[in-house]
Design a protein around this ligand. Structure first.
Ligand code: GDP
Ligand code: ADP
Length: 188
């Protein structure tokens, strides 16, 4: 099937399953270009610099902001996160569809720059399930967990502004839905 490369933005509250679903889709679609964001948050155990994120000091992040290196950046859960223009440009120029996994503020900023970007919102089946999954992931201390859960309610209010919403109940079903969404827009 002929595909036209597209720019996709995937958002959703912490623990909704963005990372899980995207890694499942990537196994079937290794051609999708998932960008590596920059962040000032410390790495979690197992996260590799340059693979999960480019982990930067606050000074280095600020220097790159001043240099105009970010397509967008935002404060999320008490840290800075941003999409480096270089990450997007290199993938677009190689003719790949590009996927940005970024927060709701970033998504709306990207839509300003790229009006054809397709915004996909991953939502949990319920707030109770979201909390269980976030606790089960075991990556956050209590303060970080509470912050993410309180931000989740605010982030959910942005869902109606997205082009597509995917409920992550069963991961296999949701990842197939996400993959089908990508294909639908690529074959428009
Ligand atoms: N605006 C923006 N948000 C980002 C970027 N990279 C990651 N995020 C968002 O920052 C939030 C926190 O990400 P992370 O610390 O990995 O935690 P997680 O969502 O709990 O897995 C999520 O909403 C991400 O989508 C970025 O480059 N720009
Ligand atoms: N459909 C699902 N059913 C059960 N657990 C899930 C599902 N999707 C994700 N998880 C688990 O929930 C936790 C949060 O998922 P994750 O992909 O890290 O979320 P996000 O990237 O949106 O913060 C992880 O421990 C993951 O294994």
């Amino acid at each position: 099937m002929a595909r036209t490369p597209r720019l996709f933005v995937v958002s959703g509250p912490s623990g909704a399953g963005k990372g899980t679903l995207l890694s499942m889709v990537r196994k079937r679609r290794p051609d999708l270009g998932l960008t590596v964001s920059a962040t000032t948050r410390p790495p979690r155990p197992g996260e590799v610099d340059g693979v999960s994120y480019h982990f930067l000091s606050e000074d280095e992040f600020a220097r790159r902001v001043t240099n105009g290196e970010f397509l967008e950046w935002a404060h999320v859960h008490g840290h800075c996160y941003g999409t480096l223009r270089s990450e997007v440009d290199k993938r677009i120029s190689s003719g790949q569809s590009v996927v940005l996994e970024i927060d709701v503020q970033g998504a709306l900023n990207v839509r300003h720059v790229y009006p054809d970007a397709v915004l996909v919102f991953i939502e949990p089946p319920s707030m109770e399930v979201l909390e269980q999954r976030l606790r089960g992931r075991g990556t956050e201390d209590e303060a970080s967990l509470e912050l993410r859960l309180s931000n989740a309610r605010r982030e959910m209010e942005f869902a109606p502004r997205y082009d597509v919403r995917v409920v992550n109940d069963d991961a296999e079903v949701a990842s197939r839905e996400l993959e089908a969404t990508f294909e639908r827009f690529e074959s428009e």
